[in-house]
Design a protein. Structure first.
Length: 88
């Protein structure tokens, strides 16, 4: 009641906020970030992140780098963007 949302929704919001911070750092893969914030399934991480942020974790990481003029994000473990995602 104190936060105006269920305990589950509160936990999901906190996990996604932490994931956004880790993705902005740019030194971890999307998979690593998902596991670090408590998701055992990357599909669930991607789905929940997309629901709350409006874009996939990879698109968020790519968009933050492009918006800040940061150097390209290192590609590890076969994670690569074939084309720039559309950011709305």
């Amino acid at each position: 009641l104190a936060y105006g949302q269920s305990p589950y929704a509160f936990l999901m919001t906190r996990r996604v906020e932490r994931a956004k911070a880790l993705l902005r750092r740019g030194d971890l893969t999307v998979t690593e970030v998902g596991f670090l914030v408590g998701y055992s399934s990357q599909g669930v991480f991607r789905t929940r992140f997309t629901e709350l942020v409006g874009m996939t974790p990879g698109a968020y990481r790519f968009g933050v780098a492009a918006a800040t003029g940061a150097p390209p994000i290192p590609v590890r473990n076969g994670e690569a963007f074939l084309a720039e995602p559309e950011l709305a």
